[in-house]
Design a protein around this ligand. Structure first.
Ligand SMILES: Cc1cc2nc3c(=O)[nH]c(=O)nc-3n(C[C@H](O)[C@H](O)[C@H](O)COP(=O)(O)O)c2cc1C
Length: 181
């Protein structure tokens, strides 16, 4: 798969097999997370412990149900819906407060989504689960987020399984592009 093929193949996977991600593949994915463009430091917490994944999922779910986010509440009402989609790996990307924190972590997560696609793994870029860290701040220490860093986004990785919610068909639309003379 070349880069353009990986970009074409990447899509959000919202259901995973109960199959671990090989350590060498994970290491490669993380390497290319660190190779992304950046304008400041980021930290990546790699979570594979099933109990911890369940705790983050459950705390975020409870917080989501109590929130005023109607979109999230609608998703959480889907029978069997899991915010982390049962993926065996969650990477939480954190960064200190700063103008470029969201961009720095997003660039790294995107690079990792593409790298994982090349390695025939599914991914999904996530933000909804971040509610877990405001609902239960002890989780920040539990996943080793450095002092002064805050979780900004996450991504899950695993082998594709039955979808919990079908993804949307990608519609090629170039109307948002303006070639400037
Ligand atoms: C900032 C951001 C936050 C996102 N949060 C979530 C999320 O919490 N849960 C989820 O299932 N998808 C999430 N997504 C994935 C988008 O829904 C998805 O990328 C978009 O619908 C396009 O679909 P595709 O990734 O299959 O091309 C997020 C994407 C971005 C960029």
């Amino acid at each position: 798969m070349n880069t353009l093929e990986a970009l074409q193949a990447r899509k959000s996977i919202r259901g995973y097999l109960d199959k671990p991600v090989e350590a060498d593949k994970l290491k490669t994915i993380l390497k290319y997370g660190n190779k992304a463009p950046n304008a400041g430091p980021i930290h990546m917490s790699v979570i594979q412990n099933a109990n911890l994944l369940k705790e983050i999922n459950d705390v975020a779910t409870e917080a989501g149900l109590k929130s005023d986010n109607d979109f999230l509440k609608q998703r959480l009402a889907i029978p069997g819906y899991k915010l982390l989609y049962g993926a065996p790996v969650l990477i939480v990307l954190s960064a200190p407060d700063g103008e470029f924190s969201a961009a720095n972590t997003a660039c790294a997560a995107t690079n990792m989504c593409i790298a994982a696609t090349e390695l025939e793994l599914g991914t999904c870029y996530l933000a909804g689960f971040l509610l877990a860290f405001t609902a239960k701040p002890e989780l920040l220490q539990k996943i080793g987020i450095p002092e002064g860093f805050k979780p900004r986004c996450g991504m899950i990785i695993g082998y594709e399984g039955p979808d919990q919610i079908p993804g949307m068909e990608w519609i090629e639309d170039y109307s948002n592009i303006n070639y400037v003379d």
